[in-house]
Write a new protein. Structure first.
Lengths: 90, 382
């Protein structure tokens, strides 16, 4: 199963996990299943219109889905979908 | 810029490295770096740049050193608590290396002064602690055509990159817009492992020195994702965003803007602790109300582990992150006073309750830390 990975600032919405295994053939599928299983994370990734928030980047392995096929980017069995939000601390 | 005999001795371990050598050390001596922020990241960055012999280091900060800084801001010390951060840091850097020049800017880095300050430096270091100053630093670097060595941290996670719009993406290519106000917590609200800025800041200093020397593969076009808990270093690739509003082909932002308005938050991570005069109650006022008839319900919106540090007896604990899902536990007819550590999270909780129709709600101005200072002085401030 593909893995979705979040930084620690978001793990609190995933029952304290940074990695969760999810099923799906595209990044969009993976995110839908993520929100189904962990509804508390929805507002941290999606805005009120259901669009991915602009401070959130999604990568499949090393590549930004913006440079691939967006939420339609295919995800394979061993791929890792990385959620990379902006971080402010310094 | 030739080295003196004393400098040849001081930098001997650099001169022995073929990639640096005498010529490289002369480049470092001739270079100038602006460190924006003299806090967690700015501390290791400025210390290592000074030790490495960067000829001129600029420091921008308008804050003073306080006790809560010292867990991670290692350029300062107990003896400099209360002093201006730029002066505290300058003294330490010149003690480490009297042969360099340290310029200090004891002022906020704003649209009014940023270009004038930054234009005199070769490399910019983003060591800021808030989104408005991050976007400002990025745009300044893009407009001046300079590299912006980026780092940011939260709890156990760090990010680092080199944004240089001349050859790669900028910060806005990656993050076109800031998060909604309050969605991404600051270190003042959520904490940070003290060593984390040491790791990320040291990487920023390394990148700055590589850029000046012109050696190695820089982080241009790559974002480092560091997790101290897993001890993992991961990299993802960054490309220029063709829709970038400052460095894209159709850029429409051509001058500095109002960054606090753009981000909807202030250009610092200090907690003001106030929800506005109409909504605030001071700690002494609350103490008096709790002694009288019909005392309000106290609602503590901090995380459970914070109750081990300090607590007010009788308060109901519902962490801010779960409040929206637990509104049914609250009686909207009962007057409530909300509090957290210093008043930022309770202000957000108050906004949430008001938008849900609660009318009899107040914010404890300055949070439980104000209560500890003004009422129950036996409690610690954190």
């Amino acid at each position: 199963m593909p893995t979705l990975r979040v930084p620690s600032q978001l793990k609190y919405y995933l029952d304290n996990q940074t990695d969760v295994a999810l099923t799906g053939e595209t990044v969009g599928d993976i995110l839908r299943e993520l929100v189904d299983q962990y509804p508390k994370i929805q507002s941290h990734i999606f805005d009120d219109k259901g669009q991915v928030r602009r401070h959130i980047n999604l990568f499949v392995n090393k590549e930004n889905i913006r440079d691939l096929k967006g939420l339609g980017t295919p995800v394979g069995e061993h791929d890792i979908v990385k959620v990379v939000p902006s971080v402010t601390g310094g | 810029m030739e080295l003196t005999k004393e400098e040849i001795l001081r930098y001997s371990r650099h001169l022995l490295i073929p990639e640096v050598g005498l010529h490289g050390q002369e480049k470092l001596k001739a270079a100038s770096v602006l460190v924006i922020g003299t806090g967690g990241l700015g501390s290791p960055v400025s210390l290592y740049l000074a030790a490495a012999g960067i000829g001129r280091i600029g420091l921008v900060d308008y804050d003073t050193v306080d006790e809560t800084n010292l867990q991670r801001q290692i350029v300062h010390g107990t003896a400099t608590v209360g002093r201006l951060k730029v002066e505290s840091a300058k003294a330490r850097l010149l003690d480490l290396n009297p042969g360099i020049q340290v310029d200090t800017y004891n002022q906020p880095f704003t649209s009014a002064n940023a270009l004038a300050i930054a234009k005199n430096y070769d490399v910019l270091i983003d060591g800021t602690d808030n989104f408005p100053t991050r976007y400002l630093s990025n745009d300044v670097a893009v407009f001046l055509g300079k590299p912006n060595v980026y780092g940011s941290i939260f709890r156990f996670d760090g990010q680092a990159s080199v944004f240089d719009a001349r050859t790669g993406p900028c910060y806005r290519c990656l993050f076109p817009e800031p998060p909604p106000p309050g969605m991404v917590p600051t270190c003042a609200e959520g904490g940070v492992l003290g060593i984390l800025p040491g790791t990320i800041g040291t990487i920023q200093a390394t990148e700055a020195i590589k850029l000046i020397l012109g050696i190695g593969d820089s982080l241009v076009g790559r974002l480092l994702l560091y997790n101290a808990l897993d001890m993992s270093f991961d990299f993802v690739n960054l490309k220029k965003n063709p829709k970038c509003r400052v460095c894209g082909p159709n850029a429409d932002i051509r001058e500095l803007i109002d960054y606090e308005e753009f981000c909807g938050v202030p250009g610092h991570d200090h907690e003001t602790g106030s929800a506005g005069a109409d909504w605030d109650i001071t700690a002494p006022e609350l103490a008096s109300r709790l002694m009288g008839k019909n005392p309000p319900l106290l609602l503590d919106v901090r995380e459970p582990h914070e109750l081990q540090i300090s607590a007010i007896a009788g308060a109901l604990n519902i962490p801010l992150g779960t409040l929206a899902a637990r509104l049914s536990e609250l009686d909207s007819a009962r007057e409530m006073v909300l509090f957290c550590k210093a008043g930022t999270r309770s202000t957000r909780a108050l906004e949430l309750l008001v938008s849900a129709g609660f009318k009899r709600v107040k914010n404890l101005q300055g949070g439980i830390n104000a209560w500890a200072r003004d009422v129950d002085t036996g409690l610690p401030v954190y």
